[in-house]
Design a protein. Structure first.
Length: 270
């Protein structure tokens, strides 16, 4: 009896949490197919006559497509470069117990990014980089590198060191053991950390708002254009937000097995 009650309560709790998480997304997608009048009318729920007018309007001038391309370009480049730097660094920190070095890198993750925007803007303005893709990639890497580093440290520490020692006995160098043994085993963790870093870059608003221009602005900045002092184009905003959400949602769905494996692999060691 107690076990059945506990199972029912757990199922109820999971259902409530899923509904709380899913309802904003469902409302956003539904609002994308409504008119502005329907969006602001509380009597109009999920039963209405859908329209594609919002999507036609936001895609008409090509700005959304350009912003999506900018977000994808900056996200992919910053994630790949961050992984190339952070994954070997995480292996070195984990294998050679350089936790003080890892803690120093973590400071970059702790410092509020907004406190760095003024010196960043001044520095990059002096270099003539404000408004370029380079400055967006570098600013995103400032957060992505520590994120990937700290996820991968626990993952590498969870891998049996005996495998690398056996490779060293067979003539591999330290880096060779990392490249041929540790790195393939770390693929799920690398995929997890890289996906999380890409999602951060994709959703980042503050860096792009200050450091981009009309040609390089990313999708979050473009979404901000739907909000004005006098009014808000709710239908267009929800349609654009839906277009922005779908790529990351698909990436999370198709990469789910890597996410689960990567997030749990570093939980045990030995």
């Amino acid at each position: 009896m107690n076990r059945s009650l506990w199972t029912a309560l757990r199922a109820l709790a999971i259902t409530v949490v899923c509904l709380i998480i899913a309802m904003p997304v469902v409302w956003m997608i539904a609002a994308a197919f409504k008119t502005n009048v329907q969006v602001t009318d509380p009597s109009v729920g999920l039963i209405f006559s859908p329209t594609l007018e919002n999507f036609r309007n936001v895609l008409a001038d090509g700005e959304i497509a350009r912003s999506l391309g900018n977000s994808a370009l900056v996200g992919l480049i910053s994630t790949v470069l961050s992984a190339l730097i952070a994954v070997p660094a995480a292996w070195a920190v984990g294998r050679f117990r350089m936790h003080s070095t890892g803690s120093l890198v973590l400071v970059a993750r702790i410092v509020p990014a907004i406190s760095l925007l003024v010196p960043w803007y001044y520095l990059f303005a002096q270099l003539g980089l404000v408004g370029s893709y380079t400055v967006l990639v570098l600013s995103h890497m400032f957060v992505s590198v520590p994120l990937i580093l700290w996820i991968m440290i626990g993952f590498f520490e969870g891998l049996p060191i005996e495998l690398e020692e056996a490779g060293r006995v067979d003539g591999l160098s330290a880096f060779g053991a990392f490249r041929r043994i540790a790195l393939p085993l770390a693929a799920p963790g690398t995929a997890t950390a890289s996906l999380l870093a890409f999602i951060f870059s994709w959703n980042n608003f503050m860096f792009a708002l200050i450091l981009s221009d009309e040609n390089t602005k990313t999708m979050p900045v473009t979404l901000f254009n739907f909000i004005s002092y006098a009014s808000t184009d709710w239908g267009g905003l929800m349609a654009a937000a839906t277009l922005m959400t779908v790529p990351v949602l698909l990436a999370a769905v198709f990469g789910q097995k890597y996410l689960v494996a990567g997030l749990t692999a570093g939980a045990t060691k030995g």
